[in-house]
Design a protein. Structure first.
Length: 327
């Protein structure tokens, strides 16, 4: 097996706007570049490393003496051209600033990582991160053994043997881990697809309506009924039934949040279940109301989520009770 993988090294600035974009990108599983990378359309990386916490406009030796924060991500969706404002500064300016986008699955955060020989990056990868910072954050490709990064992040994976890493073996990334001196807000808990509940609801309803329109197209001939839990739509056609789980995101279709009941239902062999994902949804706010448009559809028919593709993000803990007092 090949022991090396293709990485894209990305530098993220330390200003508040840059850090806000980093947090939003990790929540929505996406990243973008302001201009076309020179490798666009020719090669697709396996992993991305987002490096932040060090100024890049220094000499190579000075750069290698620094310590940084790294966010290790798996590239799930290769570079595509986004059409809707997505990051906070894009939304504020109502225009697309970073059109060339990657769909990422954050695997782990590594803090206080040396950029020199004692760190997990090769010399070429370290300098690629520095060059990215001098070129508006556009990613640079390098070939590197990912195992040192897995080991530093505490990820149990054997890249040389398996040439893969299971999502279930990775710790994931939370907003708390990304907080730093220049974080835009403090005191938040956890991470989710949308932190604004009204916006999240608007995205969910839009994705659901798009799914209804898709299945009720005359060529498909289904009649769709909205259910809610543990699935969103029930489809009927000539005595047949199919069920649909619908997910919507303003980012890329890299991963979605599932409840335990949604997983159990999708795995129940008594039902046929589809996963209908609408990504890259454009959201605007007019007169206090969110409005959605656009979006790309990814449909997984006869869907059954595999165990290695699931990462537990919360636990229900049964609190031990003290013994009853003896009479």
């Amino acid at each position: 097996m090949v022991s090396e993988a293709l990485f894209v090294m990305i530098h993220v600035g330390q200003k508040v706007g840059h850090q806000r974009n980093l947090e939003h990108g990790m929540v929505t599983r996406s990243w973008g570049f302001p201009r076309k990378p020179d490798w666009y359309g020719r090669r697709e990386p396996d992993f991305a490393v987002l490096v932040t916490g060090a100024a890049p406009r220094v000499q190579p030796g000075e750069w290698e003496a620094k310590f940084v924060r790294m966010v290790l991500c798996k590239v799930q969706v290769g570079v595509y051209e986004g059409t809707a404002p997505h990051w906070p500064d894009e939304v504020a300016e109502e225009r697309v600033i970073y059109p060339y986008r990657l769909g990422l699955e954050p695997l782990a955060v590594l803090d206080d990582v040396p950029l020199g020989p004692d760190g997990p990056l090769s010399a070429e990868a370290s300098q690629a991160a520095r060059r990215s910072g001098t070129q508006q954050g556009v990613g640079y490709l390098v070939v590197m053994d990912p195992q040192p990064l897995f080991d530093a992040a505490g990820i149990e994976a054997d890249w040389a043997a398996d040439h893969d890493v299971a999502l279930a073996a990775t710790p994931g990334v939370t907003l708390e881990q990304l907080e730093g001196p220049n974080s835009p807000r403090r005191g938040r808990r956890g991470a989710g697809r949308q932190t604004d509940p009204e916006k999240r609801k608007a995205v969910e309803l839009y994705a659901e309506e798009k799914a209804v329109t898709h299945y009720q197209d005359p060529e498909r001939g289904w009649t769709a009924h909205k259910v809610g839990k543990p699935y969103d739509l029930r489809l009927e056609r000539e005595g047949l039934e199919r069920r649909v789980e619908v997910k919507g995101t303003t980012g890329a279709p890299t991963s979605v949040e599932l409840t335990v009941n949604e997983v159990f239902h999708a795995r129940d062999t008594r039902h046929t279940v589809d996963l209908f994902i609408v990504s890259d949804i454009k959201v605007t706010k007019t007169d206090g109301a969110y409005r959605c448009s656009g979006g790309d559809v990814l449909l997984l028919e006869d869907w059954q989520p595999a165990e290695e593709d699931l990462r537990p993000t919360r636990y229900q803990y049964l609190v031990p009770q003290p013994p009853a007092p003896q009479p």
